[in-house]
Design a protein around this ligand. Structure first.
Ligand code: ITT
Length: 197
């Protein structure tokens, strides 16, 4: 089965390709989609559906949307759907940090969690697979752990170097791709979706 991944995030695309080895997975650009989908939803499910529907409609192919994020108990579940935009949306004007969005988000998370004793957190991934004929499948995966006080490991992306996995007993930044995919929110959601298919 051929499907388009409705993401602009190359790390997500790589993980999805690795886990859906038995599918023909193409990027949105390879399918001729260069648009931006506005993520106006308030839930992972809303945003996953927005992305998948837009790309399926435009390309006339089955499209997979992935909306995911980190939920920190001590922050009331934040940043959740705002994970990618965390520092851009919520950092005060006098807060500064170096690096790309991922590095700045990690630095802002550490800043927000200074002195916090409860560091438990989970990643959530909601997938929506939308077909050109209007059929839709959705699946969710979670993975639990805690947020360290400093980064460990160079692998992965986003918050991975700060997320100490309960399952792996190391950070996702220290894990290799196969280890991360075997327990990650995205791996779990994709395996559930395959069962549904
Ligand atoms: P698309 O919307 O184009 O798919 P995005 O990166 O904007 O790309 P999201 O809106 O779903 O995607 O935001 C996901 C953010 O959550 C991502 O940028 C990371 O900060 C974080 N995140 C999600 N999955 C992650 C993972 O496996 N490891 C580390 N951080 C992750």
């Amino acid at each position: 089965m051929k499907l388009v991944v409705a993401t602009g995030n190359r790390h997500k695309l790589k993980e999805i390709r690795e886990i859906l080895k038995d599918f023909e997975v193409i990027s949105a650009a390879e399918a001729g989609f260069f648009g931006e989908v506005e993520e106006t939803g308030e839930t992972f499910l809303d945003n996953a559906l927005l992305k998948a529907r837009a790309v399926s409609r435009a390309t006339h192919l089955p499209a997979l949307g992935d909306d995911s994020g980190l939920c920190v108990d001590g922050l009331g579940g934040a940043p959740a759907v705002y994970s990618a935009r965390f520092s851009r949306m919520f950092a005060p004007a006098d807060w500064t940090a170096e690096g790309d969005d991922d590095a700045r988000n990690r630095a802002f998370l550490l800043y927000k969690m200074q002195g916090m004793a409860d560091r438990s957190a989970h990643f959530c991934c909601t997938l929506a697979l939308c077909f050109p004929d209007g059929r839709e499948l959705t699946a969710e995966g979670r993975t639990f752990g805690r947020i360290l006080t400093e980064e460990r490991g160079e692998g992965g992306f986003g918050y991975d170097p700060l997320f100490f996995s309960d399952d792996l007993q190391k950070t996702f930044g220290e894990a290799d791709e196969e280890e991360k995919n075997s327990v990650s929110h995205r791996g779990r959601a994709l395996r559930r979706l395959k069962e549904l298919l």
